[in-house]
Design a protein around this ligand. Structure first.
Ligand code: ADP
Ligand code: ASP
Ligand code: MG
Length: 413
């Protein structure tokens, strides 16, 4: 008998039929003797619908009210799923985040979970009930409803598993595991049986939305056994693990992530003198804008070009700031480009393989894809390219690093 926390995403609860199918799966586990806590997302499309509703009234919706609104999506699903479980003769009880006392900080729209009170859940489990918890939400010290950011139900699932020291946190979604890259973009992508926390963390932060990054951080920190599985077909899924693969030779690259979420800004011809970088990035950080890549060129004539990337949503705000300091800095011009994509290769195997970056650059060059910026860390290399070549680049890299199903000899999934 195991204690399992199962999280079902938006597509998995996207219709009444699918909610019934989730209830069937939970029933099967209950019949095997498992104790089950379920965390659910809103029905697919619902969170987007609510965001549009809010924006049709307030261009920048009030953040507290936005969380009150968005949390309703998940509240619908917990009630419907509990009813479906009851229909199957199971005893079930639903809770919103605040009812179950998922305590968060007060950062509306991106709140962090601080504490979960497990008393009530334990009592329910002891009484044989299935506990159904609304994902993506909590409440702050003052009882204000908060939400955890897009994809936040993953984090609810992992946090519940950590608080309850569950045997496994199972993330049920619309793909049957973590793939070498998004299987919707590369149809030869291969499901991984295992991936390390370190790699999954990089993949998530570089754009693979199969798991919310905070859920991976949480699972790593509290050592929660985490598995990604399909809610539509049976299988082992992908286990996120601390072990590195030592039975086989570790491939250099385990996966490829990509995102269109960034924009690039360049200040041309700024004087190459001490303090310039901080004069540029100081006001950017004061405006709460996160900077990703930063590149400063070698100066030729005492001036240099200074380039950085930000989230695409912050492009206009960042441009406004640069325009306002351009003159004072003595810069020639400000150029920006929001039509870029970041493509990254990720793998712990990079530590022991030489020439990984050059294989990447060669593959991109063969498809005549120009690299605009490069950044590296121990287990990843990222490049910024024109967004129109993003899918081409991902496919080229997927085959250059021999990740395709056919190339590896792994059977079709
Ligand atoms: P859910 O609603 O269940 O939370 P998401 O849409 O958030 O589902 O995440 C699942 C999606 O993540 C998949 O449909 C897939 O398109 C995408 N995805 C991106 N990168 C990967 C990857 N490396 N492996 C698997 N899925 C990925
Ligand atoms: N419903 C929320 C979203 O769409 C949370 C989640 O699905 O994980 O982002
Ligand atoms: Mg998700």
């Amino acid at each position: 008998m195991a204690l399992l926390v199962q999280k079902y995403g938006g597509t998995s609860v996207g219709s009444v039929e699918r909610i019934e199918a989730v209830a069937d799966r939970v029933l099967k586990h209950k019949q095997q003797g498992d104790d089950i806590v379920v965390a659910v997302s809103a029905m697919s499309g619902e969170t987007n619908r609510l965001i549009e509703l809010a924006k049709s009234i307030q261009e920048t919706p009030d953040s507290r009210e936005m969380d009150v609104l968005l949390s309703t999506g998940e509240q619908v699903t917990i009630a419907l799923l509990s009813m479906a479980l009851m229909k199957r003769g199971l005893s079930a009880v639903s809770y919103t985040g605040s009812q179950i006392r998922i305590k968060t900080d007060s950062a509306h729209g991106k709140a962090r979970i601080e504490e979960i009170d497990t008393t009530r859940m334990r009592a329910d489990l002891d009484a044989g009930r299935v506990v159904v918890v609304a994902g993506f939400q909590g409440a702050d010290e003052q009882g204000n409803i908060t939400t955890l950011g897009r994809g936040g139900s993953d984090t609810t699932g992992v946090a519940l598993a950590a608080a309850l020291t569950a045997d496994e946190c199972q993330i049920y979604t619309d793909v049957d595991g973590v793939y070498t890259t998004d299987p919707r973009v590369v149809d030869t992508a291969r499901r991984l049986d295992k991936i390390t926390f370190e790699e999954m963390l990089e993949m998530a932060s570089l754009g693979s939305k199969v798991l919310q990054i905070r859920s991976v951080e949480f699972a790593g920190k509290y050592q929660v056994p985490l598995r990604v599985l399909s809610s539509f077909k049976d299988g082992e899924g992908t286990l996120i693990t601390t072990e590195e693969n030592d039975t086989m030779e570790q491939p250099a690259v385990s996966g490829i992530a990509f995102t269109r979420d960034e924009a690039k800004l360049t200040l041309k011809g700024v004087p190459d003198i001490p303090g310039v970088a901080s004069k540029i990035l100081g006001p950017i950080s004061d405006a709460n804008i996160e900077v990703d890549m930063i590149v400063q060129n070698v100066s030729a004539d005492g001036t240099t070009d200074f380039t950085f990337t930000v989230h695409r949503n912050d492009h206009d705000k960042a441009l406004g700031i640069l325009k306002s300091i351009e003159k004072e800095l003595g810069a020639r011009d400000t150029l920006t480009d929001a039509r870029i994509a970041k493509v990254s290769i990720v793998g712990v195997g990079m530590r022991s393989h030489a020439g990984v970056a050059s294989t990447m650059f060669k593959a991109l060059a063969e498809d005549a894809i120009n690299i605009q910026l490069i950044s590296t860390s121990e287990i990843k290399v990222s490049v910024i390219i024109d967004e129109k070549y993003m899918e081409l680049a991902v496919r080229a890299l997927h085959s250059a690093f021999k990740l395709n199903v056919s190339a590896s000899g792994v059977s079709e999934v």
